[in-house]
Design a protein around this ligand. Structure first.
Ligand code: BTN
Length: 324
């Protein structure tokens, strides 16, 4: 174990009580200056360590940082975040970074996560507001052996996993605005940006990027957002552990993803339909082929939206942007 890890472990073992600097330096057999240097490094990493000349050091518990030290010990996944967990206190965009890593051959299940993004990217060239320590900003590399036609199933399973995490872990009534937005009380709490790289043989890799607003306050959101935004804190007036939400999300993503690869999509499809805001609604859908107005009648077995237009024709749509 490195000295940094030993100092952190000793602080954690005190469960928020004071730990004397003298005792720490004796038990770890290093000078008090060395201890102080490690404390300063932990502070720079975002740990809240109080120091007092008389009492020593105390870790404000529990640290809510999305580093592997905090997330991996309680993570019940076998693949996602287990093989490669790449963490940044700050980065331009976890999706951009994950794409670079995927192009270098990083394996399926590689997780890129950050506590802040300087240029978080949304769909259609928009930006994703990503202030420090308030949300979850993560990207997963997937390398599914699936025909291109099944790719929308992945979008649906990701949306289902995000919505059910909010429902089951936090008791929030999350709904899917097909295909990529998650809303609570008609306000956007999470967005998904999936980027696919394919070749003649099919999908090479997919980077699934998820942005989830957790501890943001309403007044902090930019005023020019297309859909009004919300966060767990705005909906529920409480601060929650981002670490726990991320752990819960990764487990649900992994389970639904490997179910899909094993040929079982039925459960995800049914859950997706039941959480969908669009089905049964009259809506306007902006697609790459133009705008269609009609009624959303179903989501098919491939995760495509079925929309009946005003002349009764049913359109099968892979992606688009809904206005209800
Ligand atoms: C959208 O609703 O437009 C999609 C937003 C996706 C945002 C996430 S945050 C983590 C990942 N990195 C990015 O730059 N974007 C995605």
């Amino acid at each position: 174990m490195s000295m940094r890890d030993a100092v952190l472990q000793a602080l954690k073992e005190k469960n928020g009580e004071w730990l004397s600097g003298e005792m720490l330096s004796e038990s770890l057999r290093v000078s008090r200056t060395t201890i102080w240097n490690h404390i300063k490094a932990l502070l720079a990493e975002g740990y809240e360590v109080e120091s007092s000349p008389k009492k020593g050091y105390r870790l404000s518990s529990p640290p809510d940082i999305l580093s592997p030290d905090e997330v991996c010990p309680g993570l019940a996944c076998e693949v996602f975040g287990r093989k490669e967990y790449i963490y940044y206190q700050e980065i331009d965009s976890t999706n951009s970074q994950a794409r670079t890593l995927a192009s270098k051959g990083y394996p399926e299940g590689t997780l890129v996560v950050a506590d802040m993004q300087t240029t978080g990217r949304g769909r259609r060239g928009r930006s994703w507001y990503s202030p420090r320590n308030q949300g979850i900003y993560m990207s997963l590399i997937l390398r599914p052996v699936l025909p291109m036609k099944e790719i929308s199933r992945i979008s649906l399973l990701v949306a289902v996993a995000v919505a059910e995490t909010l429902e089951e872990e936090l008791d929030l009534p999350a709904r899917i605005k097909w295909p990529n937005d998650i809303l609570v009380n008609n306000k956007k709490i999470a967005g998904i940006l999936s980027e696919v790289v394919s070749d003649m043989d099919g999908i090479e890799y997919i980077v699934v990027g998820i942005g989830l607003n957790i501890n943001n306050q309403l007044q902090d959101f930019p005023s020019d957002l297309r859909t009004p935004a919300t966060s767990v804190r705005v909906e529920d007036q409480r601060l929650v552990s981002r670490v726990k939400v991320l752990q819960g999300l990764l487990v649900r993503l992994e389970r639904r993803y490997f179910d899909l690869l094993a040929g079982s999509f039925e459960g995800t499809l049914e859950k997706g339909k039941s959480l969908s805001l669009a089905i049964g609604q009259e809506l306007k859908l902006d697609t790459i082929n133009g705008v269609i107005i009609g009624q959303a009648v179903d989501i098919d077995d491939y995760g495509f939206l079925l929309l009946r237009d005003q002349s009764g024709i049913i359109h099968t749509i892979m992606s688009g942007e809904i206005t209800i």
